[in-house]
Write a protein that binds this ligand. Structure first.
Ligand SMILES: [Zn+2]
Length: 504
């Protein structure tokens, strides 16, 4: 059956004005394709998987494009070959039949695909450190509307790169997987290093400048887009940042974490050219801590140097947030995506203590809102930082983070921008991702409700599209049930952290 889209337009749709002629010709080109191909497929329901090479019109409901200050009525998003061809498309302009149309309800809103700028794929499931699980974690991310992730430090970068390549080749399902490579600094040895004197074979204390530059070069060749610095000395950090920038890579850091000489202060890192900061600006313990006096200076530096900031509230708030808002912070059974054996182990482990005390958490909120109030709202990004010590998963944690950011005092519109366009800008991929604009990858989600009023509706997802391919969230989640973690006691080999020495 052919779908005639000429006659049923909603009268409230805004008229288009002054279209540049190039856009008309792109449209004409597409009409020509439709006519020539004589498409006769039935209408796509949202249960169908629509091939990325097909053409698709999503019409009705509301649209938040990632950039505007509000949502607007969706007259149509036209998608072809995995890309957005047109937004605010009025489908009665020419006589045409489109191959597939997805009609949205008045209650539904289209959003750009979410971006997680601190998306760990590593999990600690057998009490032997963290190891990457990239297959089903990615599916759970995607099912939650997260269409792009940057993994903020990997212990098995090879696994992440292999999965990235499978996804990009269309042989596996998952978000755009931006790779970080291994940690740059002594955290490459995970928690085995706690003071400066501790030796890390993967990042020796006497690592040379050449070794550092060679390491950066090595991962640049693997198309790593951004590096994570953690437990590097100021001298090391300076070299890492400089060498990364030579390759067009950005850097971020988990800083001010240890009062020892192998850490870099936020101030020094910003002056060295670090592009983003994770977790905290000062790590003061509340407003009265002398360190909090530095906060205004850090905020000014962040704005002056346009440094992005991911506060990772849901991780630091952790159990306290879940106790304070039990039904809002947990709404799904996340444990069922682990293997039965892993579920039992996690149950035995119990609930970990909060990652930060209430006083320290309060300071994180103060810092976040200080940066926002000083004019830094475009510098905020969303990162889950969920390395999985519990039976909860980073894909779901994304929605905990969105909610925690509104609890901190941010308006939902600015949280949604942090989740979309800001993340793409911070990662240097805003030419392709982060907003619903013509020419960009068709990465979006349709949610049942208005997330600009209630951010929780962003987790009520009807469909997800990544690079033009439509996914049903329930199908994705079902495919991941019972899959994460070892199958039994003889299956531990892939799930333990192992140090790979830097030198032969
Ligand atoms: Zn992290």
């Amino acid at each position: 059956m052919k779908r005639n889209i000429l006659n049923s337009l909603d009268s409230t749709v805004r008229p288009r004005e002054n279209l540049p002629s190039t856009r008309y010709s792109i449209r004409f080109f597409i009409y020509t394709i439709f006519v020539l191909a004589n498409f006769t497929q039935a209408l796509a329901s949202d249960k169908d998987v629509v091939a990325a090479t097909g053409s698709l019109l999503i019409r009705g409901g509301w649209l938040f494009d990632g950039i505007s200050e509000n949502r607007r009525r969706n007259s149509g998003i036209l998608i072809h070959d995995g890309k957005i061809v047109d937004v605010d498309f009025l489908s009665n302009e020419q006589s045409s039949t489109l191959a597939r149309v997805i009609e949205l309800a008045e209650s539904e809103t289209i959003l750009p695909g979410f971006i997680d700028l601190h998306a760990h794929y590593n999990l600690d499931l057998i009490d032997q450190g963290r190891a990457e699980e990239v297959v089903y974690n990615g599916i759970v991310f995607l099912a939650n509307g997260v269409t792009a992730t940057w993994s903020a430090g990997e212990f098995y970068p090879e696994r992440v790169i292999a999965q990235r390549d499978l996804i990009e080749a269309g042989h596996a399902i998952g978000p755009h997987l931006f790779v970080s490579g291994p940690y740059f600094g002594a955290f490459r040895c995970e928690y085995n290093v706690s003071v400066a004197a501790d030796e890390c074979a993967a990042w020796p204390n006497n690592i040379t400048e050449k070794e550092i530059r060679d390491e950066v070069d090595k991962w640049a060749q693997e198309d790593v887009v951004s590096l994570k610095i953690k437990q590097a000395t100021p001298d090391e950090a300076k070299i890492i940042i400089e060498q990364a920038h030579k390759h067009g890579m950005t850097t971020t850091g988990h800083l001010a974490n240890y009062n020892v000489e192998y850490d870099v202060s936020t101030r020094d890192a910003i002056l060295m050219g670090m592009d983003r900061i994770e977790h905290q600006l000062t790590l003061a313990l509340g407003r009265d801590d002398p360190r909090s006096a530095q906060m205004n200076e850090m905020v000014d530096l962040m704005i002056k140097h346009q440094v992005y900031y991911g506060p990772n509230l849901q991780m630091y708030g952790g159990i306290n947030l879940r106790n304070a808002h039990p039904t809002e912070m947990t709404w799904a059974d996340e444990s069922k995506y682990f293997t039965p054996y892993t579920q039992a182990r996690l149950l035995q482990r119990g609930i970990p203590s909060p990652e930060s005390e209430q006083k320290e958490y309060d300071q994180r909120i103060i810092e976040l809102m200080a940066l926002y109030d000083a004019g830094g709202k475009h510098l905020l990004v969303v990162g889950t930082d969920e390395p999985v010590y519990t039976n909860m998963l980073p894909g779901f944690a994304y929605h905990r983070e969105l909610l925690a950011m509104t609890y901190a005092g941010l308006p939902p519109i600015d949280v949604l921008k942090a989740a979309t366009i800001n993340g793409a800008m911070a990662l240097g991929v805003a030419d392709r991702l982060g907003s619903l604009e013509s020419g960009k990858s068709a990465d979006l989600l349709v949610v049942k409700g208005n997330p600009l009023e209630d951010i929780k509706t962003a987790r009520s997802i009807r469909l997800i599209m990544k690079a033009g391919q439509v996914h049903d969230p329930e199908d994705l989640l079902r495919s991941a049930e019972g899959k994460i973690g070892p199958a039994g006691p003889t299956d531990h080999a892939d799930w333990a952290f192992q140090v790979k020495p830097l030198r032969d």
